[in-house]
Design a protein around this ligand. Structure first.
Ligand SMILES: NC(=O)c1ccc[n+]([C@@H]2O[C@H](COP(=O)([O-])OP(=O)(O)OC[C@H]3O[C@@H](n4cnc5c(N)ncnc54)[C@H](O)[C@@H]3O)[C@@H](O)[C@H]2O)c1
Length: 344
């Protein structure tokens, strides 16, 4: 297939681009290269004849529309977004711009392109919007998010993603554009920008720096390896029903404090570890305002209707991820050198 991926230089987008090119698809990666977009993340496929890159802002309809006309995609997988909750609290404007306006612009460009292709191509075309479980708000101790839950976003990030989801659904309902939406839990894995919890903890543990945990660490997140998320996106693209939403999760609920302790225990076993036991570096910091207590996904729909299941256990995925950050200090250095790091 010929696929446009937006945000393909970010954490999840780059995992998707590497997988698509590896599988023999043709990819046009559209990315504005913000602080979170690193060309290094797709270096392994950059020389492939099946890979092309367009530096563009998804809010700019004209260059994106022109690229669609020329590339003639079978699908658009839209991942470009501002993605860090803490940054959205400090400055929501960029989130509203990229996540809401940018998604609207992508939809406009896709609709104009789709209206001018042959009927068979129109039927086969897909616009897959990649979103988050955070649109559903916070869960009490029991219960799980399902596709039928009402939206109750609490952070500016979650609200901007909720807005984008509504626009995507509306373009499906109003114009018949074949749209799909996925809402996934917290991803972990290689190439995650080192402002997010897991890379922050690993890199601070190596250096003997404090390991920051919000509040009392009791907040629960539902973790999934990025490669399992990517596999789910491909399954939804191939077999999902247009107009539908699919929740993506690996039944990976962990309290933040337990997750950090798990990383500490693994870091204790790393050869040459200097700061064992790493648990003593744990430092509780002032909680994030409006911090959602718990996210947990019921993935029954994607499992039963599309036959997708995660393939990577939390234990194996965590071992592989920690090893990757330890083995790829040059990647971390590149990120730090550019002085793009936020508040961590
Ligand atoms: N990380 C997670 O745990 C998670 C979970 C569920 C859903 N998501 C969603 O998946 C998508 C990717 O998340 P991520 O963690 O890889 O994000 P990321 O921050 O690592 O990457 C975002 C990418 O989008 C690009 N980008 C930002 N603004 C842009 C703009 N205006 N125009 C073009 N490109 C732009 C950046 O340069 C970067 O390459 C997002 O839509 C996010 O909401 C993420």
């Amino acid at each position: 297939m010929k696929i446009i991926v937006t945000g393909g230089c970010g954490f999840i987008g780059s995992a998707l681009v590497r997988r698509l090119v590896g599988d023999g698809h043709q990819v046009l990666n559209v990315d504005a290269l913000t602080y979170a977009g690193l060309p290094e993340n797709v270096a392994s496929v950059a020389d492939s004849a099946d890979y092309a890159f367009l530096e563009a802002d998804v809010c700019d309809v004209a260059p994106v529309a022109a690229a669609m006309k020329q590339f003639r995609p079978d699908a658009v997988m839209h991942l470009a977004a501002e993605s860090h909750v803490d940054r959205s609290i400090d400055g929501p404007a960029d989130f509203i711009r990229t996540n809401v306006t940018g998604t609207g612009a992508m939809l406009e460009a896709a609709l104009a392109y789709w209206r001018n292709i042959r009927p068979e191509a129109q039927q086969a075309f897909r616009f897959l919007h990649v979103s988050t479980d955070e649109v559903y708000g916070s869960l009490p101790d029991g219960g799980y998010f399902t596709e039928n839950d009402p939206y109750r976003p609490n952070s500016p990030y979650a609200a901007s993603k909720a807005g984008s989801d509504h626009l995507v659904r509306a373009f499906g309902a109003t114009y018949g554009l074949p749209v799909l939406i996925t809402n996934c839990g917290n991803n972990y894995g290689p190439y995650q920008f080192p402002e997010k919890l897991i890379p922050v903890i690993v890199m601070n543990a190596v250096a003997g720096r404090p390991l920051p945990v919000y509040g009392d660490g009791a907040n629960v997140r539902d973790w999934i390896h990025v490669d399992d998320h990517v596999a789910a996106l491909l399954r939804v693209l191939e077999s999902g029903t247009p107009g539908e939403t699919y929740l993506v999760g690996a039944r990976g609920e962990r309290r933040n404090l337990d997750l950090v302790k798990t990383i500490c225990a693994r870091m204790d076993r790393v050869e040459g570890a200097r700061f064992t036991p790493h648990e003593k570096l744990i430092t509780f910091v002032t909680d994030r305002p409006g911090h959602d207590q718990r996210y947990a996904i019921d993935p029954t729909k994607i499992e039963t209707e599309l036959g997708w299941k995660p393939a990577i256990s939390f234990e194996d995925g965590m071992d592989q991820t920690i090893r990757w950050y330890l083995d790829n200090r040059d990647w971390i250095d590149t990120v730090h050198d550019r002085r793009r790091l936020g508040e961590g």
